[in-house]
Design a protein around this ligand. Structure first.
Ligand code: FMN
Length: 191
């Protein structure tokens, strides 16, 4: 089983990263092949809405998104982890998602969804917000759901934590770490 994970926070060793690493630690106990993309360190140009992907489903912009697109296509499981920034996903996550417009064209215009492997395609969304307002989670969830649908991930689970602001504050929430670990185990469970 191939697992592809996206880390959407710019903060090194921050709350999202700690949570994501717990999920990946659980996954590493299985025989899955895992690929982690640290989006903040990658060269991904925002979607230019040039229409270049409409007839082919292939983006004509060449950058680090080439490798990500390949990984998304071959994945059985996708993990998207992001902090809540301004009531939504981080810019790092959103830039990558917008570039999935090429997959949208492939699926909806060319009628070619990404085929699932023997274990199906499933997703996991991890969100951390500093405030206690649910609206950030709701907006991020809506965008992430559109992302998962576009890349032919028909089901995903969401784990979100609010009121976690200072760097590393998630460590004071053992139930969050436990939840992230168990969600990782669950994600790659067969059957
Ligand atoms: C630019 C920016 C915007 C933010 N906007 C929100 C927000 O709208 N809602 C919220 O709950 N937290 C917001 N926060 C707080 C972060 O979600 C919070 O600090 C989170 O723990 C960061 O996760 P990280 O350590 O993985 O980067 C914002 C933080 C930054 C830097």
């Amino acid at each position: 089983m191939r697992v592809v994970a996206f880390h959407g926070s710019p903060r090194v060793d921050g709350n999202t990263e700690i949570l994501l690493k717990e999920t990946l630690r659980a996954i590493s106990e299985s025989s899955c092949e895992t690929q982690l993309f640290m989006l903040n360190c990658m060269n991904i140009k925002p979607c230019q809405d040039c229409g270049g992907c409409e007839k082919t489903g292939i983006c004509i912009v060449s950058d680090d998104m080439n490798e990500i697109s390949r990984a998304i296509r071959e994945a059985d499981r996708i993990v998207l982890a992001s902090p809540i920034f301004f009531f939504g996903l981080s810019a790092q996550a959103k830039i990558m998602i917008d570039r999935c417009q090429a997959f949208w064209c492939e699926k909806y215009l060319l009628k070619k969804p990404i085929p699932a492997g023997p274990h199906g395609r499933k997703g996991l969304l991890l969100l951390v917000g500093g405030m206690k307002k649910e609206i950030g989670i709701q907006c991020a969830e809506a965008t992430a759901a559109a992302f998962f649908r576009t890349i032919s991930i028909p089901e995903h689970r969401t784990l979100s934590f609010l009121g976690v602001d200072a760097k590393g504050a998630i460590l004071e929430h053992p139930e969050a770490l436990k939840g992230a670990f168990e969600a990782g185990k669950d994600l790659v469970k067969i059957g």
